[in-house]
Design a protein around this ligand. Structure first.
Ligand SMILES: [Zn+2]
Ligand SMILES: [Zn+2]
Length: 602
């Protein structure tokens, strides 16, 4: 009889045959123009015609599908603003219309002396909160202008002056729901930038180029030299200190190469001095991103740490269970702790894959469970020597995604195991994660387990009620924040929220969470004496919709683990206690948060 395993292993189509079939299908299509072009003039003409047609079709049927005629046909509108003079160049501020009503701010860098037929380059940047005022963009464009080339640097959606929730580039696809291709807005905004060039009398239309830099490229080696120096980190430390934070967390970029976990002395100075500077000048400790074998520069580890395939080839990736990896990594992590790191984030924890290296001493191939146990061992080596260093371990089998393979409590609370869990990647767009309902899950995790969750969130996505600050403070016991909101009102709200949070932090980090409602979180410190005027609980009340509301919230002390005969005094909102029942009247702004502090009355 056929075993189930064997039955499932039988494939319907041979995978290699499938590849061959696809190749057979595609090859003639690809070869036709190539051979034709190389052989005849006619072929060349055919290809040029075909290419033009293909572009046109793509533009009409994909990019501009459903786009109103008016968007495409409105003549270019440019408003020229201030000009400032530099040494050998000029910067002209302008805004141009991408589509009717949508203006893009931009900077035009021009040579001081403009000759006829001047070349021009469009300079584009990606994720960077500073947008066109970022230093590297200015450096590049100034250099172009000094060399006699025009450079135009438009702002990109969601960043710089266009950092507005309604201009998030991730939201452009919502236009597709209305039958208008969202990608058209990107296309037209850049096309209009080229139109700006064409409107300048001295620009040579045949010599227009485009280049740029993605924000995501910043952690590459050469970028580290440029962006990850001591002065940059001090700038961040200043912000962290102003906000009232306790530690400065350095994400990817502080080490010699990705996840080498070797402090980059050349850019940051000695780690001990850096730690001293942080403490003395800013009152901050040092926290570090230290990804594991699944996400790192493999060249930063011994060759014996690499994986081997079934047929004996050494692969260009690491095996988590290779003794050479464990020893090297442990030694480096211990050194970081010795020199003053107080928090390590074990990112890059995903299963490193099958490995057939016999001398690694694991099963052949390596199993997921063995992989997990190696990371437990690594954690234990560090925690044994530095029990106070906090370690956050990302999900140990799949990582970088919002689902888990092993449950949250797997490997937790074993001797010297990890301290904290990772908050499911709700870091990139914490507002959207909250409003879409995804991040409501954190509330249930907080109700279910005492394992603290670590999450750092982008405060640039927050509003003036510090909604996301409070939501994640209320659900994650270890909260990290990054990004300074460009609106002073919001930044001030964050500073105020942080002051309050620090005063009552123990309720959020060590209190027990009681469920009154998904949007009414009661954090109660059970170890407090029930003495008059002792504060005993805090309530975080949220409004997660875009309408303001007045709510009446009723609860009994026993609903939050307190004796029903206790008289409570509430600070923050009007309240009333009749018998045991407490009623709160809360007026919540749209997307808002209200804090209520609960004291023992008598
Ligand atoms: Zn993006
Ligand atoms: Zn191995």
């Amino acid at each position: 009889m056929l075993e189930v395993k064997d039955f499932l292993a039988r494939t319907f189509v041979n995978p290699s045959e499938l590849t061959i079939r696809v190749q057979r299908l595609l090859e003639p299509l690809l070869k036709a123009p190539a051979t034709a072009v190389s052989k005849t003039n006619e072929g060349m003409q055919w290809w040029q015609k075909t290419a033009t047609q293909m572009r046109q079709t793509l533009l009409e049927q994909v990019v501009l599908r459903g786009v109103p005629q008016q968007w495409q046909q409105t003549p270019l509108k440019v408003e020229w603003l201030d000009t400032s003079l530099g040494n050998g160049y000029r910067i002209r501020k302008l805004r141009y219309q991408a589509i009717p009503g949508l203006w893009i701010p931009a900077l035009l860098y021009e040579p001081t002396i403009v000759k006829p037929s001047t070349p021009a380059v469009l300079y584009l940047i990606g994720h960077d909160s500073k947008g066109k005022s970022s230093v590297y963009a200015q450096t590049f464009c100034i250099n172009m202008a000094k060399r006699g080339v025009y450079a135009l640097n438009p702002e990109w959606f969601g960043f710089g002056q266009l950092a507005h929730p309604e201009l998030e580039h991730g939201c452009m696809n919502q236009l597709d729901l209305c039958g208008v291709r969202g990608v058209s807005v990107f296309y037209l905004s850049l096309k209009r930038a080229l139109d700006v060039f064409l409107s300048l009398p001295h620009v040579d239309p045949k010599r227009i180029g485009v280049t740029g830099l993605l924000g995501g490229d910043r952690t590459h080696l050469e970028r580290r030299q440029q962006f990850y120096r001591r002065e940059h980190m001090e700038e961040e430390a200043k912000k962290a200190a102003e906000l009232g934070y306790k530690a400065l967390y350095l994400d990817s970029g502080w080490d010699t190469s990705l996840a080498s976990s070797i402090w980059a002395d050349d850019r940051l100075g000695k780690q001990k001095d850096f730690v001293k500077m942080l403490k003395e000048r800013y009152g901050l400790s040092l926290a570090l991103h230290t990804p594991l074998a699944g996400w790192c520069d493999v060249n930063a580890y011994p060759i014996e740490a690499r994986r081997k395939s079934k047929d004996g080839q050494v692969l260009p990736s690491l095996c988590s269970a290779a003794p050479a990896y464990l020893q090297t990594k442990a030694k480096r992590l211990l050194k970081l702790c010795e020199d003053g790191a107080v928090f390590l984030m074990f990112d890059g924890s995903a299963f490193t894959g099958e490995c057939y290296y016999a001398t690694h001493g694991h099963s052949l191939p390596l199993t997921r469970h063995e992989h997990c146990l190696v990371y437990l061992k690594l954690t234990q080596i560090v925690k044994c020597k530095f029990p106070k260093v906090l370690i956050e371990l990302h999900a140990p089998i799949v990582a970088g995604v919002t689902v888990r393979y092993a449950p949250t409590y797997f490997l937790h609370s074993l001797p010297h195991s990890f301290d904290e869990l990772w908050g499911y990647e709700f870091m990139w767009d914490p507002m959207d994660d909250l409003l879409s309902g995804r991040a409501l899950s954190l509330y249930y995790v907080r109700l279910a387990y005492d394992i603290p969750i670590y999450l750092h969130i982008d405060l640039c996505k927050d509003n003036e009620h510090a909604l996301i600050f409070w939501w994640y403070a209320s659900t994650c016991q270890h909260l990290g924040v990054g990004g300074k909101h460009p609106a002073p009102k919001v930044w001030e709200a964050h500073k105020k929220a942080m002051r309050t949070y620090r005063r009552i932090k123990r309720f959020y980090t060590q209190g027990k969470l009681y469920e009154l409602d998904e949007t009414v979180h009661a954090h109660v410190l059970r170890d407090r004496k029930l003495k008059t005027r002792n504060s005993i609980a805090v309530l975080s009340i949220f409004k997660l919709a875009t309408t303001e509301v007045e709510r009446e919230i009723r609860f009994k002390p026993s609903d939050i683990g307190l004796p029903d005969n206790l008289r409570l005094h509430c600070i923050g909102v009007p309240y009333h206690q009749k018998g045991s029942e407490v009623t709160l009247w809360v007026r919540l702004p749209a997307l808002g948060h209200q804090l209520v502090e609960v004291l023992v009355s008598r």
